[in-house]
Design a protein around this ligand. Structure first.
Ligand code: 3HC
Length: 389
């Protein structure tokens, strides 16, 4: 498949990620069709895309005529998988993070889509190779990981499965550039890929903080936001969804370390349906898209220093495991996938090893989590000599 042959893009799943992906493709001129299992999901997706396009019209980023063309001509919806993928050159799956569901969908799609179509999954953590096991031609199967909210986050990780062909990676890189996003190649199919993996131990820390019950999430989020981070980590967990947060931790617990197991508080939130922004209540109460955070008292206990040390330690593992091409690309992925002003390697370049290892050792003792053990290259500072390009 060549880049200029790609005209029709099918998106499977009309949820938060699916409708955003459809919108950015339609805005870039692609004929886009969204497929879901219920008409109300599709109608809701169209409403949300309409509201987002209205915002762009109000900012004069697009004209009202362009909005109309995108909504009425470039985006269609369907309940029928064959109608969605039958003449698609690119199919992107964005259904819930359930391996069996994804494999079932791809088994069908593989039999219905044109033979040369590229099939992509927007999974945020799962093995591309495992999902690709369901399709006839795994060489044309790839991970295409968008960040939430899709219209506002620039990064797309392009993940190579064990059988993904070079040409498929190259075409996806060009497509991601065409939709005005920043592509970063993930060279190895490992849980969480680059950005989510780097954040994984911070999620384990949040889980431990919730169960310990000594520090309020508000306090940590307030401190983080005062450092210029767009959303505090607990606010972000609610924003993405407590269900997504929990499923991700369970996956890491199975694949990376039992330290990731979700604890009591997260289980309680799940059991009571407090799933974050989408249900109006999670770690916080939500008023529409705004979390009700008490920002009067910042945390003096755990602060951005701890979160940064954890992030750098995990970024070192990501580099050593050959998941990313360079430390520079890791930083670039963090900047564009989290709207951070710099990545962990750039932020820690001027720090001494002790400044990074001390917080890790203390956290390891306090929460009894081995995943915080400082990497040898952090202890001796040699991570600063890792390749940067
Ligand atoms: N199309 C294109 N661009 C749009 C747009 C649209 N429909 N709507 C808005 N934008 C642009 C705006 O013009 C603006 O661009 P600029 O920065 O160049 O001026 C940018 O998007 C931000 O828009 P807003 O000013 O409306 O956004 P806010 O300032 O209200 O911030 C936020 C909202 C972007 C959500 C911010 O709070 C944030 O960055 N939060 C962190 C989000 C994050 O970290 N996401 C990653 C989650 S993890 C994940 O997704 C992984 C997955 O696997 C679970």
């Amino acid at each position: 498949m060549q880049i200029d042959k790609i005209r029709n893009v099918a998106i499977l799943g009309a949820g938060a990620m699916g409708h955003g992906i459809a919108q950015v493709f339609a805005q870039a001129g692609y004929d886009t069709i969204i497929r879901d299992v219920k008409q109300e999901f599709l109608d809701n997706a169209i409403l949300k895309i309409g509201a987002s396009l209205d915002f762009l019209v109000s900012k004069k980023s697009i004209t009202p005529e362009e909005k109309e063309a995108i909504l009425t001509k470039r985006i269609r919806t369907t309940l029928d998988t064959r109608a969605a993928v039958g003449d698609a050159q690119l199919v992107i799956e964005a259904v819930p993070e359930l391996l069996d569901l994804k494999r079932k969908i791809f088994r069908e799609v593989s039999a219905m889509a044109p033979e040369d179509a590229i099939l992509a999954t927007n999974t945020s953590t799962m093995s591309i190779t495992d999902i690709a096991g369901a399709v006839a031609l795994p060489g044309r199967f790839v991970g295409l990981h968008f960040f939430n909210p899709v219209t506002k986050m620039k990064l797309v990780e392009i993940i190579r499965g064990e059988h993904t062909e070079n040409q498929c990676m190259d075409v996806m890189t060009a497509v991601v550039q065409k939709i005005k996003k920043v592509p970063v190649s993930v060279l190895k199919d490992a849980p969480g890929f680059i950005v989510n993996r780097i954040n994984a131990p911070n999620q384990a820390l949040m889980n431990a903080i919730l169960d310990e019950g000594k520090i309020r999430p508000d306090e940590i989020d307030t401190t983080m936001k005062r450092m210029g981070i767009p959303m505090g980590p607990f606010e972000l967990a609610d924003f993405v969804g407590i269900d997504v947060f929990c499923h991700t931790l369970e996956y890491y617990a199975e694949k990376l370390s039992p330290d990731y197991k979700p604890g009591k508080v997260l289980h309680e939130l799940m059991a009571s349906g407090r799933l974050g922004m989408k249900s109006g209540q999670g770690i916080y109460k939500w008023n529409g898209e705004k979390a009700m955070i008490d920002s009067s008292k910042p945390s003096t206990d755990i602060s951005p220093k701890e979160f940064l040390a954890i992030q750098l330690n995990e970024a070192i593992k990501v580099f050593k495991e050959g998941i990313a091409r360079s430390t520079q690309e890791i930083d670039q992925a963090v900047v564009h996938g989290m709207r951070a002003f710099a990545g962990p390697f750039a932020l820690c370049a001027g720090m001494t090893p002790a400044q990074m290892t001390e917080p890790l050792t203390q956290l390891q003792k306090r929460f009894k989590l081995d995943i915080f053990t400082p990497e040898p290259e952090l202890v001796d500072g040699s991570f600063k000599k890792f390749s940067t390009n």
